[in-house]
Design a protein around this ligand. Sequence first.
Ligand code: SF4
Ligand code: SF4
Length: 383
Amino acid sequence: MTTQIQRGKVITVDRSKRKIRAGQGLFQGMVVIWRHWTQSFRKLENMSQTAGTFTVEYPDEQLKLPEAYRNMPVLLYDDETGHELCTSCFQCERICPPQVIHMTQTKDPNTGKAVPAVAEFIIEYDACMSCGFCAEVCPFDAIKMDHEFELSTANHPALTVHKEGLNRPISYYASIAPEMWAAVKDSAYKKLQGNIKRRSGLIGIAPQMVERLKAKQAAPAKAAAPSAAKPAAPAAKPAAPATAAGKNMSEDKAARLAAIRAANAAKTGGAAPVESAPDAQPAAPAAKPAAPVAAGKNMSEDKAARLAAIRAANVAKTGGAAPVESAPAASAQSDGDGSVVATLAEDNGDGIAGAPKNTRMSEEQQAKLHAIREANRAKREQG
Ligand code: SF4
Ligand code: SF4
């Protein structure tokens, strides 16, 4: 211990309390050397635990790299949807000191407008200096520094890496830098969801995921095909009056078919087919009075009679009054997720408030249709 006593301009150093014995410094140095030597026999898992001097038998033995280790930049895409996080904002291209990042922005083929997705992204790895500026500046966490460092090759052009070679799934980055990814994960996904809304179709999908996603989309479409075909069947039924009522036909359908046959018979003056369902007979007379009300100005007699027969059958079924105005024919179409939405064939998109209620539609389906129409109407008004 050294004590300093100031007396005027003179500084006296009192070393009397510190007794250095001969060889003490040499001994302390030997202690340090001994400590490092013994620690070099410890098996280290992480570089941050390094204390002693030791040899790693690379490449058979490799130490785990710290999360913040950086070598070359890579681009991230979502594992599930294949959507690339990059929005082609050009910030990384601008900041790159050696200017080794090159990219082009995607344009929507339908509208010609730029969308937040990257069409081509190239990094010249041979000139990249691993500064990590690109990863730091990226506002979408789309570009991250990879840990892969075994990149030596005799193929120089291969070091100009395109999007296919740069793309990595988010799960890969989360495995090499779990804490760093966890820190930005929520905001990255939130921004990705926002950007996906401004893309359409397969725009902004990682090239290696395109085929897989197409196959994925085709599978549910196949599965949905039979269910989509079913609702179309009722529309085809009235076109088959010559066939006999099937054993499995519901009473409602049988009555309807019988009414159509009766109307046809009345029109042609012939007798109703023998196969008509017994309960169809009472419905037939009701068809005629309804015909004059229903017939449009341009409607042929044949069509008017047919329409009247259908209405009469409906009246017989529900026990209510026949509608005064004719309703547009309904059709069915798949809404893309396998379920079927019935729509009005002559819908002019002006909303469903004044449109006849389609009884084949559930309330949920009607609400969905209403929402779609409202969205379309808002789009048209904006346009
Ligand atoms: S790490 Fe640095 S040099 Fe390499 S691409 Fe990114 S900004 Fe450019
Ligand atoms: S990687 Fe990031 S900074 Fe570079 S263009 Fe894409 S979104 Fe912008």
